[in-house]
Design a protein around this ligand. Structure first.
Ligand SMILES: [Zn+2]
Length: 240
């Protein structure tokens, strides 16, 4: 006689960026094992890039398997929606409260408690998806999608990585006469286009990134030296 099966609950959340409704189930025991094993295996790999790629792939595969929507493609999500989704699934799988450590401005590490349901994606009131570079030239931008996570692992050096994120976020370049689709140019051609920009134009691009939607949590840390307000906005801040 087959053993009874326990029905797995399903939940729904709305992705803040795309507005898409996602139906998901929590991680199963075997998937938590896969995640924990992947962290362990990655720590044993001497090649850091290989280890990071392996972790990102495993993490996306497990998260994808929890989504019940048909034709769901995790790599099509903007990175901030992926982060939000991960937080939602984790909250329903492991628990809604996490206690990471926050380092107060006085240097004291303080244990803080976060309800994962209170983490939001902050969106600018008006985000312009074009950047004016001056002289009639401009960029049509798009948000970074989850597929850049693995690609970035292989970009050497911090500055190069910043240029790469930029290149992945440009949809097209335009001037008064034409539109140039980035897919028609090589990564190198685009990088040199960006490197040759005047500084003011580059700052305009920076503004686009500063304004990009991101996960955020605001709270107050109870430091022995006095309470301190804090804002967290990196996925890793919520769990470390
Ligand atoms: Zn303090």
């Amino acid at each position: 006689m087959p053993l009874p099966k326990i029905a797995v609950p399903t939940y729904t959340c709305k992705l803040p960026g795309t507005g898409k409704q996602i139906d998901f189930r929590p991680f199963l025991v075997k998937e938590e094992k896969v995640l924990l094993l992947a962290i362990q295996q990655a720590s044993e790999l001497s090649d850091i890039k290989q280890a990071q790629t392996f972790l990102i792939k495993t993490f996306k595969k497990v998260l994808s398997d929890c989504v019940m929507n048909e034709k769901f493609e995790i790599n099509e999500l903007p990175v901030f929606d992926l982060e939000y989704l991960f937080i939602q699934v984790r909250a329903k799988s492991v628990g809604e409260k996490v206690s990471p450590t926050y380092t107060c401005s006085c240097g004291t590490p303080v244990s803080i408690e976060i309800d994962l349901n209170d983490i939001t994606v902050v969106k600018p009131k008006k985000q312009k998806m074009t950047v004016d570079l001056g002289g009639g030239v401009g960029l049509k931008m798009k948000y970074p999608k989850a597929d850049i996570m693995e690609k970035l692992v292989f970009e050497a050096g911090q500055l190069d990585q910043m240029f790469s994120v930029l290149v992945y976020c440009i949809d097209s370049i335009f001037d008064n006469d034409s539109q140039y689709k980035v897919s028609d140019y090589t990564h190198e051609e685009l990088k040199s286009f960006l490197e040759e920009l005047p500084k003011e134009s580059f700052l305009e691009i920076q503004k686009f990134f500063d304004n990009m939607p991101h996960t955020e949590y605001k709270g107050e840390a109870d430091c022995p030296g006095g309470k301190e307000e804090f804002t967290l906005n990196q996925l890793t801040d919520f769990f470390e």
